[in-house]
Design a protein around this ligand. Sequence first.
Ligand SMILES: N[C@@H](CCC(=O)N[C@@H](CS)C(=O)NCC(=O)O)C(=O)O
Length: 218
Amino acid sequence: MKLYGYYLSTNVYRARVALNLKGIAYEDEIVNVLKGDAASPGYRDLNPQGKVPALRDGDVTVTQSLAILEYLEEKFPEPPLLPGDLVGRARVRGLSLAVAGDVFALLPSRVRDRLSGYLNQDEAGVRRWCHDWVRQGLETLEASLVDDPATGTFCHGETPTFADICLASLIQVARRYGCDLAPCPTVRRIYGLCEGMPAFRDALAQNQSDAPPDFKGY
Ligand SMILES: N[C@@H](CCC(=O)N[C@@H](CS)C(=O)NCC(=O)O)C(=O)O
């Protein structure tokens, strides 16, 4: 199994955590988005979307982080990262999409480049944009978790699910943009548990083979 991505991508981080939680061995194929590797013809042959992550399993290519999680879940059901019941799965997928879909779509370099390009935003303006959407994403997630009886030790019940993987990816960008986590005690509590697990820790940007030696994380 090969995972195409690079150390800083929080979208790739989600795939790394899922692979780690399921104990699946994989090789990294480095595609450095910041150097334009994702737009190269070679990578576009593999993933015409020109984005990371992509997962290669034999002659199968899976794109989009949440689709990769679904693929892994179906192919390697243990340990499960989705609840056993229909309603629970719908809740976990809803929480996951609120983060990976609604928030992360507003943050990548293709969005930031347009803000600083024809929308004439300076660096502070672009940063404010990202900070604002991440803050709103954190508050939305907190509101979805705090009073819901389905929230357990983790986002849903007593074991990590897709929702915790997405929560943890949101924390990575919250740190990058200096968002205050104080208004989100439930999110903070759950991330505290994830942070202690090797599957999450090993997936951090600073623990990847392509991370610069002086990069210590956010
Ligand atoms: N919805 C996609 C987003 C993937 C994505 O935007 N990845 C970024 C890196 S974090 C990327 O490849 N950007 C390259 C580009 O937009 O040109 C997912 O969840 O996998």
